[in-house]
Design a binder for this molecule. Structure first.
Ligand SMILES: C[S@@+](CC[C@H](N)C(=O)[O-])C[C@H]1O[C@@H](n2cnc3c(N)ncnc32)[C@H](O)[C@@H]1O
Length: 238
C-alpha cells in the first residue's frame, strides 16, 4: 500500500487526512527506518509494508471503535508506537499514554513525538502489570489498547486494570485471537472485563485475517491480584 493508496483507503472509511497528517505519517516512516538501523523496532521496513501492516492496520481499530468519543488512551506494549501513534495522528484530540517495558523503545517514542509535534503524549518505561498498581494510572483510562503484545489471557492482567469502570479494552488480534478468547474468559472476568463486540475483517492487499475485540470494563479490578505480577507469557491465569 503506497502513500496515495493509504490516503484513499482511509478516505473510504471516513478519515480524510490533512496535509499535516500526511506529512506526519511520512516523517514517522522515515524515523522508523532510520532508528531501526540502530535498534530493533520492526521487521517491516519497506514503505508499502509499513503503511499497510503498521499504519493502516493500527488505524483499522478506529473503523469499529469510535475514538472520537473518548479522550484518554493507554497503549500497552506499543513498541514503535502501534497502534496508538497512527490513531493519535488521525484523532489529534486524544491524550495518549504509552507504557513499554523496553526503555530504548520509549527513547524512540519520545523523539518521534517531538519530531511529529504530537501534544498530550506521555511515555512510561515500566511493566504494565506494575504500572497498573500506581494509583495515578490504575483505572484511569477511557480505553486501553494492545496489539501483538501477548495472549488475551495475559493481556487481561496487563490492560484491563488500567481501564476506568465504564471504559474499554480494545485488543487488535490476528486470526488466532479466536482460540485465545476461549482461554481468556476466566482472566477477563477476574480483572473486571466482559466482551462487548468482536469484528472479523481482512487487511486490504494481502488479505490476512484480523479480529478486533472490544471489552467493556464492567467492574473494578480487585486491588489484590490473584497472584503477583509476573512474566507475562508465563501467566498461570487461563
Ligand atoms: C511484539 S512488540 C509489539 C509492539 C506493538 N504493539 C506493535 O504492534 O508493533 C511487544 C511490545 O510489548 C512490550 N512488552 C512486553 N511485555 C510487556 C509488559 N509486561 N509491560 C509493558 N510492555 C511490555 C515489549 O517491550 C514490546 O515493545
Amino acid at each position: 500500500m503506497n502513500e496515495q493508496q493509504f490516503i484513499e483507503a482511509l478516505k473510504k472509511k471516513g478519515i480524510e487526512l490533512s496535509e499535516k497528517q500526511i506529512a506526519q505519517f511520512k516523517k514517522y516512516f522515515e524515523l522508523l527506518v532510520e532508528w531501526n538501523e540502530k535498534m530493533n523496532l520492526t521487521a517491516i521496513t519497506d514503505l508499502e509494508g509499513v503503511y499497510l501492516k503498521h499504519f493502516y492496520d493500527s488505524i483499522s481499530a478506529s473503523f469499529y471503535f469510535d475514538f472520537s468519543k473518548v479522550t484518554t488512551v493507554c497503549d500497552v506494549g506499543a513498541g514503535a508506537g502501534f497502534p496508538s501513534i497512527p490513531i493519535k495522528i488521525c484523532f489529534p484530540h486524544l491524550h495518549v499514554t504509552i507504557v513499554d517495558s523496553l526503555n530504548k523503545r520509549i527513547t524512540f517514542l519520545n523523539h518521534l513525538s517531538d519530531e511529529l509535534q504530537l501534544d498530550n503524549m506521555n511515555f512510561v518505561h515500566a511493566r504494565a502489570e506494575e504500572f497498573a498498581q500506581n494509583a495515578k494510572y490504575r483505572e484511569q483510562f477511557d480505553v486501553v489498547t494492545a496489539r501483538a503484545v501477548a495472549r488475551l489471557s495475559v493481556l487481561s492482567e496487563l490492560c484491563v486494570p488500567l481501564a476506568k469502570q465504564g471504559g474499554y479494552f480494545v485488543a487488535l488480534k490476528a486470526a488466532a485471537g479466536a482460540e485465545e478468547l476461549k482461554d481468556a474468559k476466566k482472566a477477563l472476568t477476574t480483572f473486571g472485563a466482559a466482551l462487548k463486540e468482536e469484528f472479523s475483517f481482512q487487511l486490504p492487499v494481502e488479505e490476512s485475517d484480523r479480529i478486533l475485540y472490544i471489552f467493556d470494563k464492567i467492574k473494578g479490578t480487585p486491588k489484590k491480584y490473584p497472584r503477583k505480577p509476573g512474566v507475562p507469557n508465563k501467566s498461570p491465569i487461563q
